[in-house]
Design a binder for this molecule. Sequence first.
Ligand code: DQQ
Length: 437
Amino acid sequence: MLNYRNVDEFIARSKVKKDLAYAPSYHFTPPTGWMNDPNGLCQFKGTYHLFYQYNPFKTKFGIICWGHATSDDLIHWKDEKVAIKPQFPKEIIGVWSGSALVCNGEMHLFYTSNSLIQQQSGATYDEEKGVAIKWKENPIIKRKHLLVPGEKKDFRDPKIMPVEDGFWMVVGGKQGGTGVMYYYKSSNLKDWVYCGYVPYPEFAGALECPDIFELDGKIVCCASRPGNVKYYVYEDIPIHGGKLLYTGKLDYGDYFYAPQTFRAEDGRRILISWANKWNVPCGTASHGWAGTMTVPRELRLTKNNELVIKPVKEVDDFLANHSTNKSKKTTICLDFSESVCYQLTLLKDKITEKGIVLIVSRNGDTVEIYKKTEHELKVLASFSTMQREIYCDIYVDSYIAELYFDKHRIAITEVNYYENEIEPLDIQRQICNGEQL
Ligand code: DQQ
């Protein structure tokens, strides 16, 4: 805990001189140490703010604070002071994930104070000091306000949605072993009334990093559980009985967790996610940092209530002038007029030959995308189409690759922490009789 007293000086001293041959050039990484979930995403007085779960002291998870970076264009980020530090003893485990609300010219941050018991707290960003000032009313939602029986410690990651008559807060948790989203309502952001919960039985365990927002006239909720990051499109707020219209995956890759969205000042709904996964050592640790964010992605809904997920235009603008062999966008067209399948090898280490191997094959009107490893061949995603030519946008940036199929309804984030030089993309076409896979 004492370490946090001079944390900004510590970070300045330990800031990694990133090896430009290895560091991503348009994906955010922390100045040093460990980063996981994006937090408090917002645009405030024109500037984009990215807060994140941060352990500056080690390249692994620990007692977490909120790191902070700002940007004018969603591409170039400036490291700022640590915004929220854990306080002893009520945040002895750390200040865990949460969100931002820009309201009446102020930026408020909501987070989970974790001391084994998880409770929700608030803070207001002080522009002069560059840090968030915790509210004296904290915790604003105490553990005892969870007026339902059940699990003692899963109650975290508040996200706010402003509505005409006040504010909704959703909080992730678990009841009877399955994931739930708790709902609270407030008119002043400090006094919250518990309104019930919505269960998500497909999540075996606590639901993490819930999100709720309005998009193209519908209500969209998102939720994370390792291996499963989903979105749900409703006619109205689900706690009001809003009908579920569609459900899908936010990303089909193995390196995507705890995404969060925010509304930019121009009205765009933008998502950023942690491009990593729990319980697997992070391959950049030897370079002095651990953790990478996806590019910001703009979300829209189709008429059929499916999400269209596209890197924001700033990414394409940047790459139009700054592409290199290791950081670029490529659009490929896979022609399925014959019975073929394609093997896409991404981010292949030229010496070890290890890379991300995806197989794209077609069966009738169904396109299937497999991931091939030494030990298995697993289906990542599939979709239906009548078209013979399938387009895919591929963004590579050092060790991270983001792929977008099916007119951007399918996003796949993958990572290969290569050690030597990489070959970003290799495409092989082969006659497909099913067995070659
Ligand atoms: N990470 C945070 C939690 C959240 C989890 C802790 C999701 O608040 O539930 O760093 O990755």
